[in-house]
Every structure is written in C-alpha cells, then in structure tokens.
Design a protein around this ligand. Structure first.
Ligand SMILES: NC(=O)c1ccc[n+]([C@@H]2O[C@H](COP(=O)([O-])OP(=O)(O)OC[C@H]3O[C@@H](n4cnc5c(N)ncnc54)[C@H](OP(=O)(O)O)[C@@H]3O)[C@@H](O)[C@H]2O)c1
Length: 248
C-alpha cells in the first residue's frame, strides 16, 4: 500500500506549469527523507476556485501564491501578518487552527539577496514596473533607507514614465530593479526601455527574472560595467522562508 499523504503543500496561480516551486519542494522532501509530503500546482482559471480547492483538499498545510493572485487571494484569508498587510500582497499562506494566515516572503527574499551587492553609494533606486513584486521591493528599500521611484508605462502621482529617464536621473539613481516580466523565457531579447548608455560601474542592476540566468537587461548593465544580480537567490530564499513559516 502506498503512503497516505497527510502533509500537502502547493502553488496557487494561473498557467503555472513552468513553476520552480513544485520541483524545488519535491526535491526538498526527498532530501529531508519526509514521507507523506507532497507539493503540487493548483492552476486556477479564476480566484473564485480557491474556496472549493481548500474544501476538497483537507490535508493542505500551506500554499504559495503567484501571478495573478497575490492580491486577489487576500479576501479569502482570515488574517494577514503585518508586512503582508502593509504592502497588500500575499505569496505564502499558512493553514492554522485559527484559519488561513497570509504572509509575504518576497520581502525577505529580495532583502537578503540584494544586501550583499549594496554599497554606501547606492542611495537611490528606480523600480521598473508597478505590479505585486514591485511592492515588496519598495517595502525593502523603505526598510533599508534607500530612496526610490517607480517607473511605469502609465505613471501615477510621483511615478516616472520611461521617457522621463534622462542622464541626470540615471546618474542619480544607481540601483535599477527590473520588476517587469520583460525578458522572461522564451522572449529573452525583450528588456525594459531605459537609456542603458548612461549606466556606469557605479550602478547595480537587479532583475527579479531568473530564467534566463542573464537577461537582456542584465547583459546591458554588465556591458556598461555595472554590478548585476538575477532573481534566483531571491526565489530560493522566499521558498525557504515559506517552509519555515509552515513549520513554525
Ligand atoms: N525572483 C523572485 O523570487 C520573484 C518573485 C516575484 C516575482 N518575480 C518576477 O517578477 C516579475 C514581476 O512579477 P509581478 O508579480 O510584479 O508581476 P505583475 O503583477 O504582472 O507586474 C508586472 C509589472 O510590470 C509592468 N509590465 C508588465 N508588462 C509590461 C510590458 N510589456 N512592458 C513594460 N512593463 C510591463 C507593469 O507595470 P506598469 O503597468 O506600471 O508599467 C506591471 O505592473 C515577474 O517576471 C515574476 O516572475 C520574481
């Protein structure tokens, strides 16, 4: 007879067959010798499918949440931890006796992965894109005392348009973070439309994308002499933090 799986985990999102998390956690369960543990993708075509999902899967202990439900899932939760509440995005859910509690571990992952690259000259940052991940990035810059501006195709108050990025701004803002999906496999030649010619060795370019390892955005930065970092470590760190939360 097979092992009865009593410790179920999974990822909620849309079109997530590419997911890193499933193989990452399955590998982890193997390494730790955990029997009766499983991690699977729950591909929802709309967030309303969330309630039947948890009613039908009684052994779920924890979930990760990805695009496009990091914000939409919040009304389905009983509680939020402080940081998730502040930024309004959840990527980790813990099933507790008191109900479902939402967390955001992108904050932890981004902070820990960018920190080793920051120097005292990195005092201002441009955040490219204004989606769910950009909120975690902005939160971390707030914690680190780094001033930031969002760059958007449709800027709101105090945000910049891509065409606003002139030489002066590019010299002043030496940390550039790509929080758009531009450059993700298979569209690997795409990149944010910024004036790369003004990037120097004083800059740090961080891309949340991890596939490909070196995006067109990072390649441009590297060619200009900038320090670069992709999103792989961030991804691993946020997964590790989720695992800790589920087991605390
Ligand atoms: N490494 C990690 O651990 C990690 C964690 C989270 C997310 N990510 C990655 O980070 C990226 C963003 O995630 P997200 O959840 O924030 O996605 P999202 O909510 O879809 O937001 C992406 C933002 O990018 C901008 N954008 C989208 N399409 C664009 C285009 N064609 N041209 C220019 N800008 C565009 C938009 O901002 P405007 O409308 O304001 O221009 C949009 O709000 C994804 O690639 C995701 O895989 C990585």
């Amino acid at each position: 007879m097979g092992i009865i799986e009593k410790n179920n985990y999974g990822l909620v999102g849309k079109n997530i067959s590419y997911s890193f998390s499933e193989s990452y956690f399955e590998e982890k369960f193997k390494k730790l010798g955990l029997e009766g543990y499983s991690y699977r993708n729950f591909d929802l075509s709309q967030i309303e499918e969330f309630t039947p999902l948890i009613q039908e899967n009684k052994h779920i202990k924890g979930l990760n949440v990805t695009i496009p439900y990091k914000e939409a899932v919040i009304p389905y939760l009983d509680r939020l931890n402080k940081k998730a509440k502040k930024i309004g995005a959840v990527n980790t859910i813990k099933f507790t006796k008191k109900g479902l509690k939402g967390y955001n571990t992108d904050i932890y992952g981004f902070k820990k992965s960018i920190k080793p690259f920051l120097t005292k000259n990195h005092t201002k940052a441009l955040i490219l894109g204004t989606g769910g991940a950009s909120k975690a990035v902005a939160f971390v810059f707030g914690e680190l005392g780094i001033k930031f501006k969002f760059v958007s195709r449709r800027p709101k108050k105090n945000q910049l348009l891509y065409t606003d990025l002139n030489e002066k701004i590019m010299k002043e803002y030496t940390v550039l973070v790509n929080c758009t999906p531009l450059g993700t496999f298979p569209n690997i030649e795409e990149k944010p439309n910024i004036p790369y010619q003004w990037i120097t060795d004083a800059h740090l370019l961080f891309d949340l994308i991890y596939n490909p390892e070196k995006s067109a955005f990072l390649r441009e930065g590297e060619n200009q002499g900038a320090a670069i970092c992709n999103g792989l470590r961030m991804l691993e760190l946020q997964a590790e933090k989720a695992w800790k939360i589920w087991n605390s």
